[in-house]
Write a protein that binds this ligand. Structure first.
Ligand code: R5P
Length: 306
């Protein structure tokens, strides 16, 4: 069966890297606007009978990127694709995987339903915020894992003694998965979220005194979590500067200024979300393309019976 790789407009650079890893050119798909602002999708790539992989990261503007994904997928199905797999390196709304006040929607579920509305057969996600998000999808979810790539990157410059720090209780399992292959201990910051951009740290569980700290989280958004975590570990005697590792770097709102003001050795993220402009802090970007290409390769092999 033919394999076709397509990309929405959210992250063509990553789509090209995935294509290079798979030795697949990007399929032809024009994405323009009608004068009234509606999307005008023209799929020129022949997809009849093909297994289509459609890469679209769902960062801001999330609604636009999501609609594009559903429209391109719908075009593929109508043109006779055998299957459409949405490859979503960053899944927006993944943090809304539970209701906190009881007055809000279940955002992850709504986004998962909207992706499925484009008649996507399957979804590939990279380092989901939580495994609970998978349960929101009415279609099978395949996981791509960027953690081994991030570990390999950090290992090359690891200075001992070190400790991996989870900046909140939700990221403990991720921190443990990161620390285990490096043989490092884990500490946890007790975080309380005050608003979308403000958090407060209540203390740290575990020993950070005299150690080089590697803070591991799934994402950096406004940087509020990092400010609280870095300040807390330094107050508890950790060595400065601190290393930060996250799968997704959104860097929205005050993130640039906040991170620039922190004593950071480096901030390591994948390219699941494109970084626009110049970083005011020591940013290091590891490509997620090998992890995404591996999953696609595996899916193609299993559908061709290999
Ligand atoms: C929270 O559950 C996440 O794992 C991140 O810690 C958080 O979303 C980061 O957001 P911010 O950078 O705005 O604190």
């Amino acid at each position: 069966m033919r394999t076709v790789l397509l990309a929405g407009s959210s992250h063509p650079a990553l789509a090209k890297q995935v294509g290079a890893a798979l030795q697949l050119p990007l399929g032809r798909c024009d994405i323009e606007r009608f004068p009234d602002g509606e999307l005008n999708i023209q799929l020129h790539e022949p997809v009849r009978g093909a297994e289509v992989f459609l890469l679209q990261s769902l960062h801001a503007p999330v609604g636009e990127h999501l609609l594009e994904l559903a429209l391109i997928s719908d075009a593929c199905q109508r043109l006779g694709a055998s299957s459409v797999t949405a490859v979503v390196p960053y899944l927006g709304y993944a943090r809304q995987d539970r209701r906190v006040t009881g007055k809000e929607p279940l955002g992850s579920r709504v986004v998962a339903d909207l992706i499925a509305a484009g008649r996507v057969d399957r979804v590939v996600c990279l380092d989901l915020h939580s495994r609970a998000v998978e349960g929101c999808f009415p279609r099978p979810v395949e996981h791509a894992d960027a953690v081994p790539l991030l570990i390999a990157h950090v290992k090359a410059n690891l200075v001992l003694p070190a400790v991996v720090v989870s900046p909140d209780l939700g990221a403990v399992k991720r921190a443990e998965a990161f620390a285990r292959p490096l043989g490092l201990p884990v500490a946890v910051v007790h975080k309380q979220r005050i608003s979308g951009a403000e958090v407060k740290a209540m203390g740290v569980v575990g020993d950070v005194a005299g150690r080089h700290v590697i803070i591991v989280d799934d994402m950096i958004s406004t940087g509020g979590t990092l400010v609280a975590a870095v300040q807390t570990v330094l107050e508890h005697g950790a060595r400065s500067p601190v290393t930060v590792v996250a799968s997704h770097g959104l860097f929205v709102g005050p993130a640039q200024e906040r991170l620039a003001a922190l004593p950071l050795a480096r901030v390591v993220v994948t390219d699941s979300v494109p970084f626009i402009g110049k970083a005011l802090f020591p940013l290091e970007v590891v490509s997620a393309a090998p992890a995404l290409a591996d999953v696609i390769r595996r899916l193609v092999a299993s559908s061709s019976g290999n």
